[in-house]
Design a protein around this ligand. Structure first.
Ligand code: NI
Length: 336
């Protein structure tokens, strides 16, 4: 199953979108994910179905810091040019830890304490049905400064639903998250990573950006342990990676301290998924601008080559460093 779908646009549209993106970025929004961009990461495995009910203790709300949620994609995004992000640019040297299917009344608060103690930011893709059950845990995630995304209401596969059903999943969850946290998420992770045009059309109305993942330790699988989850992540980690975990499993949460330590040992830093996506969007826009300028000068590099990237296929990509702070999202939870 391919998770990457970027429709082709005429070059003129690409240029127009690029100019529009630059303007929107200047005023503080995310530049649009212009068509014709290079493909995303290889396909990731789909998530499995999850049990509907989770029991546990109630959490104590702790409000000690807040950050804004990820910036929204700019106006102008349509279902036609929607994109799925599975990683950020490698030059950032950063990795984003993401946690799906919560909040969980016991494991999520435990995870928050670990992340806070380590000063590691993270992104939580919440299920509306769980936010309804545990709004105080959702509030705690937000209050402690972590990024929050929408992961549908019932964890249904959007490709099996009508547009009305998809809209209900998205909007009901947005409302519940907003009621619990005061935020309306700008990031959406579709259950199982599965998406189609109907979902993109609904997300365009918010607007929201689809974020999947590039490293999946399949922590939901029976037989997986904290050690195997840690080893899978440390073995598959790469600069710009978006790591998929689930804070509804004890073994996953217990693996986090060693995952953090191992990734730090390898030189990685941590950011939110929203930051990686914002950098990826801007990075692509810069690369397209470089390629366009090269094309206007009559030199090579004005269009995608056979490998799907721009420029001379034998040349290395031009590293363009963009401050991580541009997205407006606080990049790190300060160490205590
Ligand atoms: Ni999920």
């Amino acid at each position: 199953m391919s998770l990457n779908r970027i429709d082709k646009f005429p070059l003129s549209c690409a240029v127009a979108c690029l100019l529009c993106s630059a303007a929107l970025f200047v005023i503080g929004g995310l530049p649009d994910e212009a068509p014709g961009a290079s493909p995303d990461a290889p396909s990731a495995a789909a998530e499995p179905a999850r049990p509907a009910n989770i029991d546990g203790d109630s959490a104590v709300i702790e409000k000690d810091r807040t950050v804004p949620s990820a910036p929204a994609p700019p106006q102008g995004r349509t279902a036609r040019n929607a994109a799925v992000f599975t990683r950020g640019p490698a030059w950032t040297g950063s990795i984003a830890l993401t946690f799906d299917d919560g909040p969980h009344p016991t494991y999520t608060p435990r995870l928050l304490e670990i992340l806070k103690a380590e000063g590691v930011p993270a992104t939580f893709f919440l299920l509306g049905d769980r936010v309804r059950l545990y709004p105080e845990v959702a509030a705690r995630i937000a209050a402690q400064g972590f990024e929050i995304g929408n992961h549908s209401f019932t964890h249904a596969d959007a490709t099996t639903q009508t547009s009305e059903e998809i809209r209900a999943e998205v909007e009901r969850t947005q409302t519940l998250i907003h009621e619990a946290t005061g935020r309306r998420p700008r990031l959406y992770r579709p259950p199982y990573g599965k998406h189609n045009d109907a979902l993109f059309a609904v997300l365009h109305e918010e607007p929201m950006t689809v974020v999947n993942w590039s490293v999946d330790p399949r922590d939901w699988q029976r037989g997986e342990t904290s050690d195997s989850i840690r080893d899978h992540i440390l073995g598959g980690a790469h600069p710009g990676a978006i790591v998929l975990l689930h804070d509804i499993h004890k073994r996953s949460v217990e693996a986090v301290p060693e995952i953090i330590a191992g990734l730090r040992e390898r030189g990685f830093t941590f950011v939110t998924a929203g930051e990686l996506v914002a950098n990826e969007i801007e990075d692509r826009a810069r690369r397209r601008a470089v390629a366009r300028e090269a094309g206007e000068r009559g030199t090579e590099g004005g269009s995608p080559n056979s490998s799907g990237s721009y420029g001379n296929p034998d040349s290395k990509p031009v590293p363009i460093r963009i401050p991580l702070s541009h997205s407006g999202v606080k990049s790190k939870v300060e160490p205590k």
